[in-house]
Design a protein around this ligand. Structure first.
Ligand SMILES: Nc1nc2c(ncn2[C@@H]2O[C@H](COP(=O)(O)OP(=O)(O)OP(=O)(O)O)[C@@H](O)[C@H]2O)c(=O)[nH]1
Length: 871
């Protein structure tokens, strides 16, 4: 039971009792004590006062203080006890307050880590590069054992930090942390005042960014990547996303560690591990502390497993032994996680049970009938659990060392037999444990069996000096030469011949209480401070990085704007120009084609001149050859026009490409005129030879002239004489010649005329067919629109080729614009995200700085570590 401030009710009743029974007031007594009567030295050895912890709590419940020899000394002792209790209560209140505040801050820092973790998932957080040399130096620091710290003021702090480092292998070495703590204020000032400057300076370039964080390496968020046995700079080895993944992992570790710290700070109990050589008297020592024959003690090795002794009040006041097969799974409220062993069977279970291997440890809940001021387990301030461990030998050494290194072990008590001094196993354990805990509480037991006690003390202290220098520094408080076996375990009795043990009890209690701050609060506070400093550095680095990106992106966007606008304007202009150039070229080519083909058609009769006339008998073939010759002549001309068009198209392509290259830069031409007109197609104009093509009565000049003259004569004659006259004159002539004469001459005349006509027709047939076919061919050229069709075809083919290049130019223009727009969009996104990032990290910096102030303001009584509390 305790009051609202956590003062145990036993203390309150003692206070009330003092008020009722003592005539002088407490204050008067205190004044009296302070002014006239020097406080009795609690250190029975009379040596220098403790540097490690306050004697306030150590004197609390001191049996010395409780053994009055006279009434004045009784009053003084009561006042002293009361004062110590008051101080202890005050200490406890402060401790409690610090606990509560640290718990709140741990939760807040965890929220920040969660937030940062989420942010890192969304946008990879920038991890600032640190110079290699510095990293190596820091790695060196991590590897170098921190055993040479001379300042004892730092030693306590350092030991805690060392413990912290052990649980977080990736953390900085203690020296760095202490240094960073000392430099903290300077750094924070620099963080704030340099904020603008660093952002501005980092805008100049990555090198200046690099330089601005030279002195701000991370304590906890340090990322290290092992390549083989060597660490390497993450920046030189990993991509940005991989670094972000590493940071993710690191933040997860931090969150887990914060949870552990939370549990540790929230845990009101303190654990004391009692270890030492076989048969050194560990169990006897634990029994002596409990003032009860609880654990079996024997000359033969008997403790085979870890036995944790706890106050039964934790177990609803029930005295029970829980044999635990798997410590991780142990839950007092879940009987499936342990087996209950009856208390009366405890001895046989620990000493003889062959089934022991099934269990990792036993928890013994025991009632302590003594008053809180006498009980170590149930002292009203903190729940202490004593853990008796198997004697050290090569088998158990490793297990016990691992156990001792566990975070929840607040104090390691090493029991060494005064008869045997330190064995090899003991030395090895102590050497390793000193690395972790720095200060070890050493009980040199069985001192009663030593004859030359001074020599024994000297030898053992010298060994301790070598094994654990920090412990040796505070040997008065931490090294005790006792005989646990001589402590009277009878309830109520107290042997006067065991004052050393009583003193040991005081110092152990004080050491546990002092270490409670050291092992719970200080690591939590240091971790929070370091983590918040790291978050500050990370925020600063990200702010600066975002500022650089923001500025660079803005500059690039601005610089690029004229080129982008020029490209947009050029797009329409160039596409028009390309279209126009291509169209003009095609028109010219078509005109050229028309002119040439028309000319060729007009002059097609020249094509028949070289043909040899094979004679009347082959005139049909001749007519066909004429057609073929004219068709070929035209085809020939078309080919020549096509060739010309190909060259013109090639030239036009070159011109178009040049125009595009002026705007878009060099790029390969895709269109090619070489492939034009290669498709085999029949370009010939075919006309059919017909029979009528061989007779051309009307077209011959002579014949037509004759016919015309005959017609004219007939017409004129008819007109002049009249038709009747003409018919009558013919009749008259025939009458004159007589009908017989006419008959006789008519036939030969007709024959001569017919033959002449036939000769003429035959003789004229070659020319007739030539004339007729030429006319027919030209007519066909006109009728079929041959020239226009060919011109159209040639123009179409040229346009097709030119369009290919036009499309390419258009697509390149479009791509150039799209690429520019994409880049501009990316830059705008960078501007947007960097703005967000600046705002986020600025808020984070502010938040972490404020939280840092709060964490730093948590009062942790370092006088417990550095200076004894003076009354
Ligand atoms: N003379 C003397 N004997 C002691 C003292 N303390 C313990 N013993 C004896 O030493 C023997 C071993 O004691 P334990 O307490 O069992 O020793 P331990 O270190 O727990 O033994 P293990 O757990 O087996 O390693 C017992 O016979 C005790 O009676 C002491 O202060 N003086």
């Amino acid at each position: 039971m305790s009051d609202i401030y956590g003062v145990p009710s036993s203390m309150l009743s003692a206070r009330r009792h003092l008020r009722r029974n003592s005539s002088p007031s407490i204050d008067a007594l205190r004044d009296d004590l302070n002014e006239s009567t020097p406080l009795p030295k609690l250190d029975l050895s009379g040596s220098r006062s403790s540097k490690m912890f306050s004697p306030a709590s150590s004197i609390l419940n001191s049996p010395i203080a409780m053994s009055p020899s006279s009434s004045s000394s009784s009053i003084r002792s009561a006042a002293q006890t009361h004062q110590y209790r008051m101080n202890a209560a005050q200490e406890h209140r402060t401790y409690h307050d610090s606990c509560q505040r640290l718990l709140t801050h741990i939760a807040s820092v965890k929220n920040i880590c969660d937030d940062l973790y989420r942010n890192n998932k969304e946008h990879s957080v920038f991890y600032p590069p640190f110079p290699k040399a510095q990293q190596q130096q820091q790695q060196q620091q991590r590897l170098t054992p921190q055993r040479s710290m001379t300042a004892s003021a730092l030693a306590g702090l350092d030991s805690t930090l060392h413990l912290e480092t052990a649980s977080q292998p990736d953390m900085k070495g203690p020296s760095s942390i202490v240094e960073s703590l000392y430099n903290h204020h300077n750094r924070r000032t620099s963080i704030q005042s340099d904020n603008l400057a660093s952002s501005t300076s980092t805008l100049i370039g990555a090198n200046s960014l690099h330089a601005s964080f030279l002195k701000q390496e991370f304590n906890i968020l340090h990322l290290d990547m092992k390549v083989g046995y060597a660490s390497t700079n993450v920046h030189s080895a990993l991509e940005k996303t991989s670094i972000a993944n590493l940071l993710d992992e690191k933040l997860s570790q931090c969150k887990r560690h914060l949870d552990n710290l939370y549990n540790r700070v929230a845990d009101t109990s303190s654990k004391v591990l009692v270890t030492g050589d076989l048969n050194a008297g560990k169990s006897t020592f634990v029994n002596a502390l409990l003032k009860r024959e609880l654990l079996p003690a024997d000359q033969q090795p008997c403790t085979n497993m870890f036995c944790e002794v706890l106050d039964a009040t934790i177990n609803n006041g029930l005295e029970q032994v829980h044999a635990i097969p798997q410590v991780d799974l142990y839950d007092r409220l879940n009987p499936n996680t342990y087996h209950i062993i009856e208390m009366r069977h405890l001895d046989s279970f620990i000493m003889d049970d062959l089934d022991q291997d099934r269990y990792q440890m036993v928890k013994i809940y025991t009632n302590d009938a003594r008053a809180t001021q006498e009980s170590l387990l149930h002292n009203g301030i903190v729940d202490i659990a004593l853990i008796d461990s198997p004697g050290l030998n090569t088998d158990s050494l490793k297990t016990t060392a691992v156990f001792a290194r566990q975070e929840e072990i607040d104090v390691v008590v090493f029991v060494v037999s005064a008869e045997n001094h330190f064995t090899l196993s003991g030395k090895e354990f102590l050497w390793n444990a000193a690395n972790e805990k720095t200060h070890i509480f050493i009980v040199v037991n069985r001192f009663d069996s030593i004859r030359d006690k001074e020599r024994c003390k000297r030898t053992i202290l010298e060994q301790i000096r070598q094994l654990s220098p920090a412990t040796y520094e505070d040997a008065d408080d931490l090294v005790h030469f006792v005989s646990a076996g001589s402590v009277d375990l009878e309830p109520g009795s107290r042997k006067l011949d065991a004052p050393d043990f009583a003193r040991l009890e005081e110092r152990l209690r004080a050491f546990v209480l002092g270490n409670r701050t050291k092992s719970k609060l200080l690591p939590a506070k240091n971790y929070l401070v370091n983590l918040l400093l790291d978050i500050g550095v990370l925020s600063e680095a990200n702010q600066a990085d975002a500022a650089i990106k923001h500025k660079e992106a803005n500059e690039m966007l601005e610089q690029d704007l004229p080129a982008y606008e020029r490209l947009l304007r050029a797009r329409d202009r160039m596409l028009n120009q390309v279209e126009r150039m291509a169209e003009n070229a095609v028109t010219v080519m078509q005109q050229h084609t028309v002119e040439h083909l028309q000319e060729a058609a007009d002059q097609v009769h020249h094509a028949i001149q070289p043909l040899e006339y094979p004679g009347i008998l082959l005139i049909w073939q001749y007519a066909q050859d004429l057609c073929e010759s004219m068709a070929q002549a035209l085809v020939q001309e078309i080919r020549s026009v096509e060739q010309q068009t190909r060259q013109d198209t090639e030239q036009t392509l070159t011109n178009l490409h040049q125009v595009a290259e002026d705007q878009l830069g060099n790029f390969p031409r895709v269109a090619n005129a070489d492939g034009m007109f290669l498709r085999p197609r029949d370009r010939r104009l075919v006309i059919q030879v017909e029979t009528t093509d061989f007779f051309d009565l009307m077209v011959d000049d002579k014949f037509s002239g004759c016919a015309l003259s005959m017609g004219a004569v007939a017409m004129v004659g008819g007109r002049v004489m009249g038709f009747k006259d003409a018919v009558s004159s013919l009749w008259n002539m025939s009458s004159m010649m007589g009908i017989n004469n006419i008959r006789r001459f008519a036939l030969p005349v007709v024959g001569v005329v017919g033959a002449s006509l036939l000769v003429y027709v035959v003789a004229d047939m070659r020319y007739a067919v030539e004339r007729k076919l030429v006319r027919k061919f030209k007519q066909a050229v006109r009728d079929t629109g041959y020239v226009d069709a060919q011109s159209h075809r040639i123009g179409r083919d040229a346009r097709k080729v030119l369009r290919v290049e036009g499309w390419e130019i258009q697509s390149r223009l479009q791509k150039a614009i799209e690429s520019k727009e994409n880049k501009r969009n990316e830059l705008e996104l960078v501007i947007h995200t960097s703005q967000e990032s600046m705002a986020y990290f600025s808020a984070l910096l502010e938040k972490s700085t404020m939280l840092l102030d709060k964490v730093e303001s948590v009062h942790i009584d370092q006088s417990k570590i550095e200076e004894p509390l003076k009354l």
